[in-house]
Write a protein that binds this ligand. Structure first.
Ligand SMILES: O=c1ccn([C@@H]2O[C@H](COP(=O)(O)OP(=O)(O)O[C@H]3O[C@H](CO)[C@@H](O)[C@H](O)[C@H]3O)[C@@H](O)[C@H]2O)c(=O)[nH]1
Ligand SMILES: [Mn+2]
Length: 895
C-alpha cells in the first residue's frame, strides 16, 4: 500500500540501507540534519532493550546488534501526546455535555447521533493510541557483513514466493520482470530459490518462465552482478532516466558497451515473451492433439515437445479449464552448486559479447507451480496458493525463511534480503521475530496520487506506531517470514522447555511423510524428491481435515489473508519488525482506476470485518497479544462499522424534510442548544487536523499525503464501508458468501501504446459508485437550497420571526461550510466519475457551481410559489441539511 521523496543514494551499502545515517557513518551516533524526513528522529536508549535469546546463526557466537533504534524527538513527541490527551478530554466533555442536554427536535435521532459520536470518539482513540510511541529501526548492513566474516555463504537461505493468476490481467512482462529482479538480487545464488505460483495454470506462464530463465542466466544476472546495477528489474532499470548513483561495479570502462548489448537483448527477450501468446495457439492448432484427443472437437494445448499441457487450455476442456486441472510442479532452473562459478571471457562469436570471466554466473533455483484445482473445493485464492508454495518449497529447499511477492512487485533495492536478516539474526528480538514487513511502494501512480494509492499515512505513520508495540501488521507483498512460525510453533520466549522444533503430525500437517520430516530437519537440498511427492502436496484434497489455513500456514476464509495471518502470529506471542529502506526495498503497481481502487478497499474493509467476526477476533486473543497491539487490531478490523452511523447521517436531510413538512415550518435542531453543539463539533474536528499536522512532521509526510488520506476515508465511508458491512451481515445472518477476492486488474503502462495514466480516466460504472454519488447530490442540494434561501431573504425573515441571534446565523453559516467541506473531501471521487473530463478540473468546479445554482434557482422559484399563498414554508430544512452532514466528518479514524 506507499513511496517517499527519494533521498540521494549514499555511497556504500551502508548508505543504501541507512536512511537515518550519512553514507558510511556506520556507528550512526550522528543524526542527519540534511534529510527533512528524519529531522525529528533521535537514537533510542538501546540499553533498555533486553538481550534475551542470542539470535544469530546458531553457531555459538554472540551476534552483534544488527539494527539501531530511533524514536521521535521530544520536540514533537510531547506535543503530539499532549494534543491527543487534550482532544480526548474535549471529546469526553462533549459527550458529557450532550448527555446533560437531552434536547432535540427528534429524540430518536438524538440517540443515534450520540451513539455515533461516542463510536467515533472510541475509534479515534483506538487509532490514535497505537501511534503514540513510533519507532524506526535501521538495519546495519556493514555489521552484518562483519558478523558473517565477509562470507556470504553463511547467510541463511530464503525461499521466495511469487504469485500470479493471469498473464493478461497481470501483464506477464511485469511478472517476469519481478522474477528477473529476484533471480538477480544481491544474495548468494545457492542461498535462495524462487517458487512461482500460477493460479491460472497457463502454459503461457510456464513458457514465459523458461524464456526468463534463459535470459537471466545468459545475460541479465551476470550483467547485474558485474556492474552492480539497480534496480534489477530490466523494465524499470532501462526506464530510469540515468543511473543515479556512482558506478559501483567491477568494470567501469565496459559498462556503456555492455549496457547497450543488454538493452538490445532485453528488447529481443520482450519480443519472445510477446510471441508466446501467439505461438502456443498456433502450435496447438497445427498439432494432432497430442495423440489422445483425435476425433474430439477441442484442440489440446501443446507444449513445445508436442505433448499435452496438463494445466488449462486455450480452448477450455474437461480437466483442462479454470478451476479444474491437474497440479503441476516443474523445476525450471535447478539448484546451483555451493561454489561460485565464473563465466567466459568475451569472444568474437556473437553469443559471448560480454566478458563475464570475473563474474559468478550461477542463477538461483526456479520452480513453476500450478496447484491442482477441482470443482467443489474452495481454493482459498492467494492464501491457498501460498500454502502450496510453502509445502513444495519445504520438499525442495526448505529454507528457514520465506518471503512473498505479488506478481507485480519487484525488488528495487538488492540489499533488501540482507536488511531483513539484520532483524532476524539480531541478538535482541531476532529469535522471537516471525516476520519483517517492508512498506509497499508504487510506480505509475499519478503525481497527485488522486486515490491515495500510496497510503503514506498508513505506511509512514501507523506502521511505525505499531513498530513501537509488538510490530507492524502483515499487509501482504514484501514480507519475510520465519518458516517455523508459519507452521504454528510458539516463539522461543513462550516456549518453556525450548523444544525448538515443532513436532510434526499428520492430523495437523497432512499425510505427506516427506513433508512432515522436513519440519524438524534443517535446510536440505540434498536430492530432488520424486515428482509424485511434490504433486501430492499440491493437491486440493491434501488439506482436508488438517490444520492448514487455520493454525498452520496462511489463514483461510478471510479476504485479507495478510492481516489475519499476521494476527495469528502476534497472538502466539511472536513479534514483527518494520523495515523501510532508501531506496525502497520493493516496488509495485497500484490500481489508479476509481472502480478498481474501490473494489480493493472493499476487499480490505470486508476482510477486516470478516476477521473481527471470526475466531480471529482481536478481543478473543490471549495474554500473549500485547494490550496496545490488541487495541490496534481492534481498530484495524472494526473500523468499517463507522459506516453504519455515517449512512444514517447521510440520510438525515430526508428525515429533516419530512419532519418539517409535518411540523409546518420552523427550524429543526438535532441538538439544542444548537450554537454550543456546533462549537463543540468544530473544536473536536479541528483538533484532528492539528494533531495531523504534528504527525505529518514526524512521519515526514506532505500535507497532500495527509489530505488524500482524509479524502479517501470519506470516499470509502460513504460507499464502500457500508457495502462491506452489508456483506458481512448477509454472510452472518443468511449464510451467504463473504467478500470475494477480486483480482485488481493491472494495466501495462509501458510501451507508449496508451497514454500515461489512461486508466485513471476510464470510468467503469458499478453499483459501488452510487451511494457516494447520492451523498454528493445531497450536499449540492443543501448548498443550493441554502443559497436560494439567502437570496429570497429567508434567513432574515426567519431571524426576525424567531428572534435569531448572531450566534445562530454563524451556526447556519458553519453548516453551509460543512457541506462545502464534504464536497471538497469527495472531490477525487467526483473527478473519478468524470472520466477524461477530469483533466480539466475547472470543468468540475463549474459543474458543481452550476448544480448549486440550479438548485438555488429552483428554490427561489418554489419560494415564489409559496409566497403566492400556497401553504407554509417547509424549506427551512435546508439549513438542517447543511448541519446534518457535519457529523460525517470524523475522518482519519481508521487504519
Ligand atoms: O486466486 C488468487 C488471487 C490472487 N492471487 C495473487 O494475489 C496477489 C495480490 O492480488 P491483487 O489483485 O494485486 O490485490 P492487491 O489489493 O493489489 O493486493 C494487496 O492486498 C492483498 C490482500 O487483500 C495482499 O495479499 C497483497 O499482498 C497486497 O499487495 C497477486 O499477486 C495475485 O496474483 C493469487 O495468487 N491467487
Ligand atoms: Mn496488487
Amino acid at each position: 500500500m506507499a513511496p517517499s521523496s527519494a533521498a540521494g543514494r549514499g555511497g556504500g551499502n551502508a548508505g543504501l540501507a541507512d536512511p537515518l545515517l550519512a553514507a558510511g557513518d556506520i556507528d550512526g551516533a550522528r543524526q542527519v540534519g540534511g534529510d527533512a524526513k528524519d529531522k525529528y528522529w533521535v537514537p533510542a536508549e538501546e540499553e533498555d532493550e533486553l538481550i534475551c535469546h542470542g539470535g544469530g546463526l546458531g553457531d555459538g557466537r554472540q551476534p552483534p546488534l544488527l539494527y539501531r533504534t530511533f524514536r521521535v524527538s521530544g520536540v514533537l513527541l510531547h506535543p503530539y501526546r499532549l494534543l491527543t490527551l487534550i482532544r480526548l478530554i474535549a471529546v469526553i466533555l462533549f459527550l458529557v455535555w450532550r448527555m446533560k442536554h437531552r434536547s432535540s427536535d427528534a429524540m430518536w435521532l438524538w440517540w443515534i447521533s450520540v451513539a455515533g459520536d461516542f463510536w467515533f470518539g472510541v475509534t479515534w482513540l483506538l487509532n490514535q493510541a497505537s501511534k503514540l510511541n513510533p519507532i524506526k529501526r535501521v538495519p546495519n548492513l556493514s555489521l552484518l557483513k562483519q558478523y558473517l566474516d565477509d562470507d556470504d555463504r553463511l547467510l541463511p537461505a530464503i525461499d521466495v514466493f511469487i504469485n500470479t493468476v493471469d498473464p493478461i490481467d497481470e501483464p506477464m512482462l511485469y511478472t517476469m520482470n519481478s522474477v528477473l529482479s529476484i533471480l538477480a538480487t544481491d544474495y548468494p545464488a545457492d542461498r535462495h530459490a524462487t517458487y512461482f505460483s500460477d493460479d491460472g495454470a497457463s502454459l503461457v506462464h510456464y513458457e514465459g518462465l523458461l524464456e526468463t530463465a534463459r535470459f537471466a542466466a545468459a545475460v541479465w544476472v551476470p550483467f547485474c552482478r558485474k556492474h552492480r546495477v539497480e534496480p534489477r528489474a530490466p523494465e524499470f532499470y532501462f526506464a530510469a532516466a540515468k543511473a543515479a548513483g556512482t558506478y559501483e561495479g567491477l568494470a567501469p570502462e565496459e559498462f556503456v558497451g555492455d549496457r547497450r548489448i543488454v538493452r538490445r537483448e532485453y528488447e529481443e527477450f520482450k519480443a519472445r515473451l510477446d510471441a508466446i501468446f501467439a505461438v502456443i495457439p498456433q502450435r496447438s492448432e497445427a498439432g494432432d492433439g497430442g495423440g489422445n484427443d483425435k476425433g474430439r472437437s477441442v484442440k489440446a494445448t501443446l507444449m513445445a515437445d508436442g505433448t499435452q499441457w496438463p494445466g488449462t487450455w486455450t480452448e477450455p476442456a474437461e480437466n483442462h479449464k479454470k478451476g479444474q486441472h491437474a497440479g503441476i510442479v516443474k523445476v525450471v532452473l535447478s539448484h546451483p552448486n555451493d561454489e561460485p562459478q565464473l563465466g567466459k571471457p568475451a569472444s568474437s562469436e556473437s553469443d559471448h559479447a560480454m566478458d563475464f570471466s570475473a563474474v559468478d554466473i550461477r542463477v538461483p533455483m526456479l520452480v513453476y507451480i500450478a496447484r491442482e484445482k477441482r470443482p467443489g473445493y474452495d481454493h482459498q485464492k492467494k492464501a491457498g496458493a501460498m500454502n502450496v508454495q510453502l509445502r513444495v518449497s519445504a520438499l525442495l529447499t526448505n529454507a528457514p525463511f520465506v518471503i512473498n511477492f505479488d506478481g507485480d512487485h519487484y525488488i528495487n533495492n538488492s540489499q533488501a534480503f540482507r536488511a531483513a536478516m539484520c532483524f532476524m539474526l539480531d541478538a535482541r528480538h531476532g529469535d522471537d521475530t516471525a516476520f519483517v514487513q517492508f512498506p509497499q511502494r508504487f510506480d505509475e501512480v499519478d503525481p497527485t496520487d488522486r486515490y491515495c494509492n500510496h497510503n503514506r499515512v498508513f505506511f509512514d505513520a501507523t506502521l511505525l506506531g505499531l513498530n513501537g508495540v509488538q510490530g507492524p501488521s502483515y499487509v501482504g507483498t514484501g514480507c519475510l517470514f520465519r518458516r517455523v512460525a508459519l507452521y504454528g510453533t510458539d516463539p522461543p520466549r513462550w516456549r518453556p522447555n525450548d523444544d525448538a522444533k515443532a513436532i510434526g503430525c499428520t492430523a495437523k500437517y497432512g499425510n505427506s511423510m516427506p513433508f512432515i520430516s522436513t519440519i524438524s530437519s534443517d535446510c536440505s537440498i540434498a536430492s530432488l524428491p520424486a515428482m509424485a511427492e511434490l504433486e501430492d502436496v499440491a493437491k486440493c484434497a491434501y488439506e482436508d481435515g488438517t490444520d492448514w489455513g487455520r493454525d498452520v500456514g496462511w489463514v483461510y476464509d478471510v479476504a485479507t489473508e495478510d492481516v489475519v495471518t499476521g494476527f495469528r502470529l502476534h497472538r502466539k506471542g511472536w513479534r514483527s519488525m518494520y523495515c523501510a529502506m532508501e531506496p525502497d526495498a520493493f516496488r509495485g503497481t497500484a490500481p489508479i482506476n476509481l472502480t478498481e481502487r474501490l473494489y480493493q478497499i472493499l476487499r480490505w474493509s470486508g476482510g477486516s470485518l470478516e476477521m473481527f467476526f471470526s475466531r480471529n477476533c482481536p478481543l478473543l486473543a490471549g495474554r500473549r497479544l500485547r494490550a496496545m497491539q490488541r487495541v490496534a487490531y481492534t481498530n484495524m478490523t472494526a473500523y468499517p462499522v463507522s459506516a453504519l452511523f455515517i449512512v444514517v447521517y447521510d440520510l438525515l436531510p430526508v428525515v429533516w424534510l419530512s419532519y418539517h413538512h409535518r411540523r409546518r415550518g420552523g427550524e429543526f435542531h438535532i441538538q439544542k442548544p444548537f450554537p454550543e453543539y456546533v462549537a463543540y463539533l468544530v473544536a473536536v474536528i479541528a483538533m484532528i487536523e492539528v494533531i495531523g499536522v504534528v504527525e505529518i512532521k514526524w512521519a515526514g509526510l506532505t500535507m497532500l499525503d495527509w489530505w488524500r488520506n482524509e479524502q479517501f476515508y470519506m470516499i470509502g465511508a460513504t460507499g464502500v464501508y457500508p457495502t462491506a458491512v452489508l456483506h458481512i451481515l448477509l454472510k452472518r445472518v443468511f449464510g451467504m458468501k463473504g467478500v470475494r477476492f477480486k483480482l485488481t486488474a493491472k494495466q501495462l503502462a509501458v510501451g507508449g501504446a496508451r497514454e500515461r495514466f489512461a486508466e485513471m480516466y476510464d470510468v467503469h460504472w458499478a453499483p459501488l459508485l452510487f451511494p457516494t454519488m447520492v451523498v454528493m447530490a445531497v450536499n449540492v442540494v443543501a448548498i443550493g437550497a441554502a443559497t436560494g434561501k439567502a437570496v429570497v431573504g429567508g434567513w432574515t425573515a426567519a431571524q426576525v420571526a424567531g428572534g435569531w441571534t448572531a450566534v445562530q446565523i454563524a451556526g447556519a453559516l458553519v453548516g453551509l461550510l460543512f457541506n462545502v467541506w464534504i464536497l471538497v473531501l469527495l472531490y477525487p471521487f467526483a473527478l473519478g466519475i468524470m472520466g477524461s473530463w477530469s483533466k480539466r478540473p475547472w470543468a468540475l468546479l463549474a459543474l458543481l457551481v452550476a448544480a448549486c445554482a440550479a438548485v438555488a434557482a429552483g428554490f427561489v422559484a418554489v419560494h415564489a410559489v409559496i409566497a403566492a399563498g400556497f401553504g407554509p414554508s417547509w424549506l427551512g430544512w435546508s439549513r438542517g441539511a447543511s448541519v446534518c452532514v457535519t457529523a460525517v466528518l470524523p475522518s482519519g479514524w481508521r487504519v
